[in-house]
Design a protein around this ligand. Structure first.
Ligand code: NAD
Ligand code: DAU
Length: 348
């Protein structure tokens, strides 16, 4: 495999590249193409560049830039695409949707066109998507691969649109695609705007923990490495033209999850706050169009490829809290924007 990973400097892409390079069955090369938006941090992988010389390279480029993308496909003999690059934060999409339309829809289209022109050597185009395309569940039921699309936010509508394009390129042109729709990920290297890292860092500093609405919204949490192993299985053995749901089988109300984070930090006796950090939880104005509940039925992936999540939430959450405590340097560079200065020095 000579694999193009898009968005490899973001949260899941970083974990995926680290996972793949450390997987003995993977003997190929990885080219990571990332535009380095606020969410992209190539420092996450600088050790991999040293540890795996010749097998990992980074190129700063925008997936909407057709000429740059075509050149990368040809210069590096790309035969497999694993497409993570996206604008990924729902709250940002509510305030400024433009970049979501551009990257998530036009960027995906650009990659599809480039791959279509090289159909003779592309063996797989895997598109990473989200369970948010299915909209919101009531108190019961699960999203399956057959659930109709019903996105609520500009983010999920842009991801739904990109999924439709990917499927259309398979049906119309025969591009060998697969799609995965995954639930909420958590783990190392996640930008501290998303719920879990934001709550960890605020709780560590004794700041308020803003929970939207009544805190009763439910998400299905998946440790990021389990997502990576699912994508790797699909890349190797997923059936062309198919969609696979990926989930953690781990539903939890936001308020309960935040309480768990507080309790872990209290148990670790992190100094700087007196009493239970649960006191920091503050209910705030709800997110517009806030989906109430997500829950994934991942039985197709289990039945066809034998994949199930293996990391229990309590372990994954404990490890994640520990990672943020042990990587204060990474956190400080991200929070202060110092990583942006480094990127400017390295890549202009
Ligand atoms: P992220 O925001 O952490 O990373 C996105 C990466 O894409 C960044 O490195 C950014 O620089 C890059 N990027 C953005 N625009 C680009 C462009 N025009 N050209 C090239 N690179 C660009 O996101 P993430 O959480 O790692 O999500 C990765 C993928 O997984 C996304 O497609 C997202 O929709 C999907 N997903 C995420 C989750 C989750 O819980 N985080 C769950 C399901 C699916
Ligand atoms: O379900 C998969 C999706 O999960 C991915 O496609 C998205 O890229 C990813 O960002 C995530 O979307 P969410 O909107 O579910 O994640 P977020 O971390 O923003 O919020 C999780 C829940 O917590 C959601 O119900 C909103 C709530 N929330 C979030 C923040 C940032 C709060 O209550 N307070 C907050 O400050």
């Amino acid at each position: 495999m000579n694999i193009l990973v898009t968005g490899g400097s973001g949260f899941i892409g970083t974990n995926f590249i680290r996972y793949l390079l450390n997987t003995p069955a993977f003997t190929g090369q990885i080219t990571n193409v990332d535009a380095l938006t606020y969410a992209g941090n190539p420092e996450n992988l600088s050790d991999m560049e040293k540890k795996f010389p010749g097998r990992y390279r980074f190129i700063k480029a925008d997936i909407c830039d057709q000429a740059a993308i075509e050149k990368i496909f040809d210069d590096h003999g790309i035969d497999t695409v694993c497409h993570f690059a996206a604008e990924s934060h729902v709250d940002r999409s509510i305030v400024s949707p433009d970049a979501f339309i551009q990257t998530n829809i036009v960027g995906t289209f650009t990659l599809l066109e480039t791959a279509k022109k090289r159909m003779d050597r592309i063996v797989r185009f895997h598109h990473i998507s989200t369970d948010e395309v299915y909209g919101s569940l009531g108190d019961t039921g699960y999203f399956t691969e057959k659930t109709p699309y019903d996105p609520s936010s500009p983010y999920s509508a842009s991801k739904a649109s990109s999924d439709h394009l990917v499927r259309a390129y398979h049906r119309t042109y025969g591009l060998p695609v697969t799609i995965s729709n995954c639930s909420n990920n958590y783990g190392p290297f996640q930008f501290p705007e998303k719920l879990i890292p934001l709550m960890i860092l605020n709780a560590l500093e004794g700041k308020p923990l803003p929970v939207y609405g009544d805190g009763g919204n439910v998400r299905d949490w998946l440790y990021v490495i389990d997502h990576c192993s699912a994508v790797w299985e699909i890349l190797q053995r997923g059936k062309t033209g198919e969609t696979y749901n990926i989930g953690g089988n781990c539903e939890m109300k936001n308020i309960e999850l935040v309480e768990k984070i507080c309790d872990i930090i209290d148990q670790k006796q992190v100094p700087g706050f007196n009493g239970s950090r649960r006191k920091l939880i503050t209910l705030v104005k709800d997110r517009p169009g806030h989906d109430r509940r997500y829950a994934i039925d991942a039985s197709k992936l289990k039945a066809e490829l034998g994949w199930s999540p293996i990391t229990p939430l309590d372990k994954g959450l404990y490890d994640t809290v520990s990672w943020y405590i042990d990587h204060r340097d990474w956190v400080n560079r991200v929070i202060t924007g110092e990583y942006r200065s480094w990127i400017k020095r390295q890549y202009g």
